[in-house]
Design a protein around this ligand. Structure first.
Ligand SMILES: *Cc1c(COP(=O)(O)O)cnc(C)c1O
Length: 399
């Protein structure tokens, strides 16, 4: 039986290599200096409010993604909510998204009045499966929300093509909205930077993400200037003619974001190097399916996905996580459980929908901690722990 968030292993404190929610960001003297500068120029009562930081951050971000616009928000969750709001969904309008996902990706589709349609993941990358998605497109499909799962950059093009083959009778092809919260700085299979493809792409700068703006923050990139204009108004009290609220990033966050953006490749490369080394050290470990190795920045390893064999699903996976934590001090996560197992607002809304492949994969998935600041020596110890704990579970399950 698949397990879910409620039955997942509980050893999370006192770990030698802890996993979230504790993780902070990777900051250097440059971020400290940027904050200090912001404090200094905010200290005037005449002019202290305004500064170039937010606009500069947006401009640099758009330049890197190669888009006409980038609009910052106080979180990735807010950013995605506002992109979906801009669709003006009507009752019955459908939004397709992968069942294996973060709850924050699904909540806005429901809250903005759409019907969330769950689809299956690809068995290895765990990204939304384009063929399964196409089967679920109907005359009511308004959007496809595609998440680059745990840093593995998906190919956006098949989703654009599928949407174009089955256009909505009034609104045309479904909008492809990309959730790149875990893929900032990545490169798509087409060679385009993450953020360039699709109608709009959302990024998160929350504390654990690949770059962070002091713990919270978000961004949308798009070539659609009408959308960018609408997002600007939603972000600051609706302009003159519509609802809006204050969803601004602070200038201290933007100043730090500018530094983190400059350092993004260096931070991502350190993480990718850790992941590739882990894959080399774990190669050939019986029972474990390792994440695919793709080159360049096509997989950023926000998380390092391991899959246990099908007959270990649930119980064996939970035992592996518990053994890693209790015997080796290595934290791991189910990142993430199915959204309809982990959240009642989503399970209530999607009652009756099932994705058997996603359920099976969610029960086989674990993500042992991976971080660019873990040293190579520590990484060797973690890999040995994974091998030992897996052998222990094999003894228990397979006898
Ligand atoms: C973090 C995250 C979000 C939400 O971003 P916040 O900035 O934390 O609101 C959305 N989707 C995915 C896949 C995420 O990992």
């Amino acid at each position: 039986m698949p397990t879910d968030a409620r039955t997942a292993p509980r050893t999370t404190t006192g770990l030698r290599w802890p996993i979230e929610p504790l993780q902070g960001g990777w900051y250097t003297a440059a971020e400290h200096a940027a904050i200090q500068e912001v404090v200094t120029d905010s200290a005037s009562w005449r002019t202290g409010w305004k500064g170039p930081q937010v606009a500069d951050f947006e401009e640099s971000f758009a330049a890197r993604a190669g888009t006409a616009a980038a609009v910052s928000f106080n979180s990735g969750g807010t950013a995605l909510e506002m992109v979906l709001r801009a669709l003006d969904l009507q009752p019955g309008d459908e939004v397709i998204s992968c069942a294996l996902n973060f709850v924050g990706t699904h909540l806005p589709a429901i809250h903005q009045g759409g019907t969330l349609v769950l689809a299956e993941p690809d068995p290895l990358s765990l990204n939304l499966d384009p063929a399964d998605t196409e089967q679920r497109i109907t005359a009511r499909t308004r959007a496809i929300v595609l998440t680059h799962w745990n840093g593995h950059v998906a190919d956006v093009r098949p989703f654009l093509a599928a949407a174009a083959r089955h256009p909505h009778p009034v609104h045309g092809p479904a909008r492809v909205i990309v959730d790149a919260a875990r893929a900032c700085g990545g490169t798509a299979p087409s060679g385009a930077p993450v953020g360039r493809e699709g109608w709009a792409t959302m990024f998160s700068f929350e504390s654990k993400k690949l770059m962070t703006t002091l713990g919270q923050g978000g961004m949308v990139t798009t070539d659609d200037l009408d959308l960018a204009e609408r997002l600007h108004r939603l972000r600051t009290y609706g302009g003159r003619d519509q609802w809006g609220t204050n969803q601004m990033l602070t200038k201290a966050q933007a100043a730090v974001g500018l530094v983190q953006l400059r350092r993004l490749d260096e931070m991502n490369e350190a993480r990718i190097a850790r992941a590739h080394r882990r894959t080399a050290l774990l190669a050939g470990t019986p029972h474990l399916t390792l994440p695919e190795t793709v080159h360049g920045r096509r997989h950023l390893y926000y998380r390092y996905n391991l899959l246990v064999p099908e007959h270990w699903a649930g119980r064996g996976r939970d035992l592996l996580m518990e053994t890693l934590a209790a015997d080796h001090g290595v934290g791991s996560l189910i990142n993430d459980p199915l959204t309809y197992d982990g959240h009642q607002y989503i399970s209530g809304h999607t009652a009756g929908q099932r994705c058997p492949r996603a359920e099976q994969l969610a029960a086989r998935l674990l993500c042992p901690v991976l971080h660019p600041l873990i040293s190579p020596d520590e990484e060797s110890v973690i890999c040995q722990a994974i091998r030992d704990a897996t052998a222990h579970v094999a003894n228990v399950i397979d006898g």
